[in-house]
Design a protein around this ligand. Structure first.
Ligand code: C2E
Ligand code: MG
Ligand code: MG
Ligand code: MG
Length: 273
């Protein structure tokens, strides 16, 4: 503790810590209220085939329609939602919304990807809840993809792989998100029942930056994806040049503002409570 450094300093830290704790509790309460009021919204961003730009799927990305602060992106509330484990409720809501979109188009072939956090994976009944949500909506599991980051998986191995195995066994896809940003991305491909990977946007942004070898890395990873018979999605594509380069390297699917920004599903109603 900071006691020794004098009264004034102690007071300073104490006040700061106090106000941070207050903030956190307020935000947690607001998340709880918003979950019951239906203030969370799911946005969908298209994932396209780079060859003909046709839409092959969507990624579901949560937004918080905050009563005072307006529309908030995950960066503004995910850390607190994860630490408080309120993310469990948010992600249940997202999956429910996604399943209702899929159920409304029973003969469609587009997939929808959902992000799951380490908290979900560690929760003993996450896989069970996931499974029953799909069943209740009558959704074909092969139209869903779960996206996990390396950090999420590494933070709780080996208990995580059980829940991922369970949803994979249903026929749900499993993509490693932000691929290439961690230290052991490659070993995840060996240890998890992965069906695809998403090349992190930082690689896409770095294309053409020859002296850093980004082009060679992106091309090499495209080869790895093909050899392992995985689905490869390049993230954060903003320019035509990036799209062309990635396609020529062998990346078949892409996602980014060039093709479409995340937006609400047309006509999806917020759950009434
Ligand atoms: P992510 O899964 O890697 O999602 C991609 C992020 O990149 C999204 O940010 C998306 O809006 C953004 N993006 C897409 N195309 C472009 C582009 O061309 N340029 C730029 N600059 N950005 C682009 P978003 O929606 O803010 O989400 C951030 C992260 O929050 C996600 O990263 C994911 O890890 C997490 N997340 C989002 N929704 C959920 C959710 O429902 N549950 C959980 N547990 N996590 C979520
Ligand atoms: Mg994702
Ligand atoms: Mg990503
Ligand atoms: Mg990310």
């Amino acid at each position: 503790r900071a006691k020794k450094s004098g009264r004034a300093r102690w007071q300073f830290f104490d006040d700061t810590m106090h106000s941070q704790a207050m903030d956190r509790l307020t935000i947690e309460d607001e998340i709880r209220i918003s979950l019951t009021k239906g203030d969370f919204v799911v946005y969908y961003q298209p994932i396209v085939a780079l060859l003909d730009r046709s839409t092959v799927g969507y990624e579901a990305l949560v937004r918080w329609q905050h009563p005072v602060r307006g529309l908030l992106a995950p960066a503004d509330f995910l850390p607190i939602a994860e630490e408080s484990r309120l993310i469990l409720g948010i992600d249940r809501f997202v999956l429910d919304q996604v399943c209702s979109v899929l159920a409304a188009d029973p003969h469609g072939t587009t997939t929808i990807s959902v992000n799951v956090s380490a908290v979900d994976l560690a929760h003993e009944s996450w896989a069970e809840t996931f499974t029953s949500t799909l069943r209740n909506h009558g959704v074909d599991p092969s139209r869903l993809i779960v996206e996990v980051t390396e950090t999420a998986v590494l933070s709780l191995r080996p208990s995580t792989t059980g829940s991922l195995d369970a949803v994979r066994d249903l026929g749900v896809g499993l993509h490693v998100d932000d691929f290439g940003t961690g230290f052991s991305s490659i070993s995840l491909l060996r240890d998890l029942p992965v069906t695809g990977l998403k090349l992190d946007a930082s690689f896409v942004a770095g294309l053409g930056d020859d002296n850093r070898g980004v082009d060679a890395l992106a091309a090499g990873l495209a080869g790895l994806v093909a050899h392992l018979d995985l689905t490869g999605v390049a993230e954060g594509i903003e320019t035509e040049t990036q799209a062309q380069t990635l396609l020529s390297q062998g990346w078949l699917h892409g996602q980014g503002y060039l093709f479409g920004k995340p937006a609400p599903w047309p006509g999806q109603k917020r759950p009434a409570r």
